[in-house]
Design a protein around this ligand. Structure first.
Ligand SMILES: C[S@@+](CC[C@H](N)C(=O)[O-])C[C@H]1O[C@@H](n2cnc3c(N)ncnc32)[C@H](O)[C@@H]1O
Length: 213
């Protein structure tokens, strides 16, 4: 398993932070969640309170697994945008897109999307890929594109636990939490009001709101 994880992150060593082995990432995720990945991601959609007509942004969307669940909740009147630096993952996500979905190549720290455009922003298992020195900028971008009153749902490895100690991402979350702070500090510093934090299988989640004007 350690070799598989190292291979999965080989793209990161070559290209900065991108996972190009996104199909392998799907398999590793299923194994890591003990076959309950679908259930965990449905909880994420529910925690983010995505509803019909919502405009949703999924950052670090990879092949679009969560984005398709978000699109199902947003319905035909909603829209889901997925962003990921991996061109291969974005091409795959576009091939599998439902109606009212858009996928673009980009990074969390430089989204290239309009201000206040989204009711809900999600980011799952991608923060640990963002270099620590760029994480505050990434949360600043999340805040910028969330509409006043809109929500942010971030879920990633819990830096205070050792649920999957061999995973390089889990180790990176622990190191970064010690320098730039945990998710709630990054979110609050950007202007969000933190509503809740909690455990979600092997992840820790944060739910925050951009205060209404
Ligand atoms: C472990 S995958 C998680 C994919 C998906 N969100 C999920 O929960 O299954 C991490 C993703 O983050 C992407 N990523 C890496 N660096 C990023 C960055 N700076 N901004 C946004 N996404 C990034 C990778 O390309 C990869 O697709």
């Amino acid at each position: 398993m350690h070799d598989v994880l190292r291979r999965l992150h080989a793209g990161q060593r070559r290209k900065g932070t991108t996972i190009d082995y996104f199909r392998l990432n799907e398999v590793v995720s299923q194994i890591a969640f003990g076959g309950r990945r679908g259930q965990v991601y449905r909880w994420i959609v529910s925690l983010a309170e995505v509803g019909p007509g919502d405009s949703v942004l999924d950052i670090g969307c990879s092949g679009g697994y969560l984005a398709r669940k978000l699109a199902a909740a947003a319905g035909p009147g909603g829209h889901v945008t997925g962003v990921d630096p991996s061109q291969g993952a974005i091409a795959y996500a576009r091939r599998r897109a439902l109606p009212a979905m858009t996928f673009t190549v980009g990074t969390a720290q430089d989204l290239g999307l309009p201000d206040a455009a989204f009711d809900v922003v999600t980011c799952t298992l991608a923060v640990h890929h963002i270099p620590a020195r760029k994480r505050q900028a990434a949360f600043g971008e999340m805040y910028r594109v969330t509409r006043p009153g809109g929500r942010l749902l971030v879920a990633d490895f819990d830096p205070s636990r050792r649920p999957f100690p061999l995973h390089p991402g889990a180790q990176r979350m622990r190191r970064a939490a010690a320098t730039v702070g945990p998710l709630e500090v990054l979110a609050a510093t950007s202007g969000y009001q933190v509503e809740a934090t909690g455990d979600l299988s092997l992840l820790r989640y944060l739910l925050a709101v951009r205060p209404a004007r």
